[in-house]
Design a protein around this ligand. Structure first.
Ligand code: FE2
Ligand code: FE2
Length: 328
């Protein structure tokens, strides 16, 4: 197992005024202390995992999954195995994202200028440590941990390397946390595996606080920033959304991606399967009815903090998101 290193530049702020200045953040800190849970003892690990009930975690009702011919061609037990592997792959991406959040929140403790923001961020460090623990344990019951996808690692590294703490906060608390919260809530509502439901219910409760932190802090902070700095953050946000929406424009640079390996291990022709997925999912009626965490959670949150300005709105429209009043 390797250690990967990146060099980041971070300005660390001391704050010697310990009084509360951002009351809503201090309230969130109090809530966070009350809602702590223990991944080792508050999850019913004695329950047996129900792989059929897990299905594909990103498609718990299997509406999407069952419409593909390459899935229909598999015998029923292979369908369960394939769905479990796809789920382990998806949850591995969340696991790596949880580690990214852990690292980023450690940075926020240092970098935010308010004591209320520092105390709250410290609770989130513990939350993210718990999420790393709980997803690692669950994925091993399901299958195995798969490597991080380059596009996700690129977004997380950009957040960790950002020189402005507000950029880190938007990248992590507004974009990545909204993505996680939306996904965990969908899994909570749809999964038929009781163990996973317990895990994502508690995790989503934490992620909702993390999203609130970004919303409260950035609504206060962004209007105070200089125009050039705020525009850099607007550009950073749309760049991250584009990378996540388009998959970064290619597969893993290091050869076959772990997702491709899963298909091939199951005897599925990867290129033909991807072509079928693209063709069936491009149907506008399907796209409109299918859930999308970027469309339903991330983009509205960026709008709420005021980062979808007239200057960048056309870029969101090009990606297929309906934002602002102008017609593209
Ligand atoms: Fe998390
Ligand atoms: Fe989080």
């Amino acid at each position: 197992m390797t250690v990967e290193s990146i060099v980041t530049t971070l300005t660390t702020h001391w704050k010697f005024d310990y009084e509360t200045h951002v009351g809503a953040l201090r309230d969130l800190y109090e809530t966070a202390k009350k809602q702590q849970w223990n991944a080792a003892t508050d999850i019913p690990w004695e329950l047996e995992i129900n792989k059929e009930g897990v299905g594909d975690v990103l498609d718990p009702t299997a509406e999407r999954f069952k419409r593909y011919d390459f899935v229909k061609a598999l015998p029923p037990e292979k369908r369960i195995e394939f769905a479990a592997k796809r789920s382990a792959w998806s949850l591995s991406q969340f696991l790596h994202g949880e580690q990214g959040a852990l690292l980023c929140c450690g940075q926020l403790v240092e970098a935010v200028p308010d004591i209320d923001g520092k105390l709250y961020a410290a609770t989130q460090v513990v939350d993210e440590a718990r999420h790393v623990e709980v997803f690692h344990r669950y994925i091993k019951l399901l299958d195995q941990v798969y490597p991080i996808e380059p596009v996700l690692q690129g977004v997380l590294n950009a957040i960790l390397e950002a020189d402005l703490w507000q950029m880190k906060c938007v990248g992590m608390q507004v974009i990545t946390e909204s993505l996680a919260m939306g996904s965990f809530k969908a899994m909570q509502a749809g999964t038929k595996d009781d163990l996973l439901r317990n895990i994502v219910e508690l995790t989503a409760q934490d992620e909702a606080r993390h999203v609130s932190y970004g919303l409260i802090y950035m609504k206060e902070e962004l209007p105070r920033m200089s125009d050039p700095d705020r525009e850099r953050i607007e550009d950073f946000a749309v760049g991250a959304v584009r990378a996540l929406a388009t998959g970064g424009g290619g597969s893993s640079a290091g050869g076959m991606s772990s997702r491709q390996k899963i298909y091939e291990e199951m005897g599925i022709d990867y290129d033909a399967a991807i072509a079928e997925i693209r063709e069936k999912d491009s149907d506008p009626a399907f796209q409109e009815s299918a859930p999308s965490t970027l469309r339903d959670h991330v983009v509205p949150q960026l709008d709420r903090v005021g980062l979808i300005t007239d200057r960048v709105a056309p870029q969101y429209r090009e990606l297929g998101f309906q934002v602002g009043s102008a017609v593209s």
